[in-house]
Design a protein around this ligand. Structure first.
Ligand SMILES: [Zn+2]
Length: 324
């Protein structure tokens, strides 16, 4: 099976009340961990590439690695551009064989966002085969590679704008802002309460009322959540117990993501959690084996942790297991 776009995957996910994981990848071990986990769970999967990943690994390596994963697993895999900043980068990815792109003009005025998104959609939909396009309305706080928004400068999606936006752009899916945030420090301590027993921060709940309102106005239309790592504390603990210093790292609770996946959310983006799992595996390995210097040994442990995490996400959070 060749790479697929997200259209049919989202239609099925919407109908059956689950979401597809969109995992960011930067190197071979991460690609393998994600796709081997998906294979064992019999789940479709989206591998996404940010501008930072393209710079780090070069687009051609990423594309070939994802193609290798398709050949190795036989899974329906989408190769998606995460946060395309302008028409040119989207065009470059479409021409280069990506099956899905995101154009992110969410920081621009509404009319400008519509105009640029429309231009990308026209190009992507004219491509054979059809490339799907995701756009964004509203802005998330936090840092993701080259996308940086200060806490306090974020804005929730306005449900009054979504119908007009989707109609005028022809976009295939829409990322909305309902309180998720990029990075491993999603919320400032003052936005949270602290669990008196563990000292771990408990974040404010997602704005399900906005999601509900958006899905009422766009029946059957796939919604996307960015910044949806949960910053699983078991990995933070391993990192901190093996020489790391991640204080007050906090994410979106998994039960809330599960709830969103049952609603109109068809794609959930997870990046920081993979980074934490990889780091936990490597830190643990180095502390146990200070004499090791073969990268296969420690990166191999990191890969095993990422795979274990992705299986957990697919089965317990996204609900996309056994959906092929
Ligand atoms: Zn994002």
């Amino acid at each position: 099976m060749p790479l697929v776009n997200s259209k049919e995957l989202f239609e099925k996910a919407y109908k059956e009340g689950y979401a597809i994981g969109a995992f960011n990848c930067n190197n071979m071990e991460i690609v393998q961990a994600i796709t081997e986990a998906a294979k064992e769970c019999n789940s479709p999967v989206i591998l996404q590439v940010s501008a930072g990943a393209r710079k780090y690994a070069k687009p051609v390596y990423l594309k070939k690695m994802v193609e290798a994963a398709v050949e190795d697993t036989g899974l329906p895999i989408v190769l998606h551009l995460d946060h395309g900043a302008d028409f040119e980068i989207c065009k470059d990815c479409i021409d280069g064989g990506f099956t899905s792109v995101m154009i992110d003009c969410s920081s621009k005025p509404f009319e400008e966002n519509i105009a640029i998104t429309r231009k990308v959609v026209e190009y992507a939909h004219a491509h054979k085969p059809y490339v799907t396009v995701e756009a964004e309305l509203g802005t998330l706080a936090g840092i993701e590679d080259e996308v940086k928004v200060e806490h306090g400068a974020e804005s929730y999606t306005n449900p009054d704008q979504v119908e007009e936006f989707v109609k005028r752009t022809g976009v295939d899916s829409l990322a909305i802002a309902i309180g998720t945030s990029h990075g491993a420090y999603k919320f400032r301590p003052e936005q949270c309460t602290r669990d008196p027993k563990t000292g771990v921060l408990l974040p404010p709940p997602l704005r399900f009322d906005i999601l509900e309102e958006v899905s009422k106005r766009l029946p059957g239309f796939p919604i996307v959540l960015h910044g949806s790592s949960s910053v699983n504390q078991e990995y933070v603990k391993i990192i901190n117990e093996h020489g790391g210093a991640l204080k007050d790292a906090v994410g979106v609770p998994e039960d809330q993501l599960r709830q969103a996946a049952r609603m109109a959310v068809c794609k959930i983006n997870i990046d920081s959690d993979l980074r934490l799992a990889m780091t936990a595996g490597i830190r643990e390995h180095f502390e146990a084996h200070p004499d090791h210097f073969d990268p296969r040994q420690y990166i191999g442990d990191g890969r095993a942790y990422v795979k274990q995490l992705v299986k957990h996400k697919i089965t317990d959070v996204l609900g996309s297991n056994d959906k092929i």
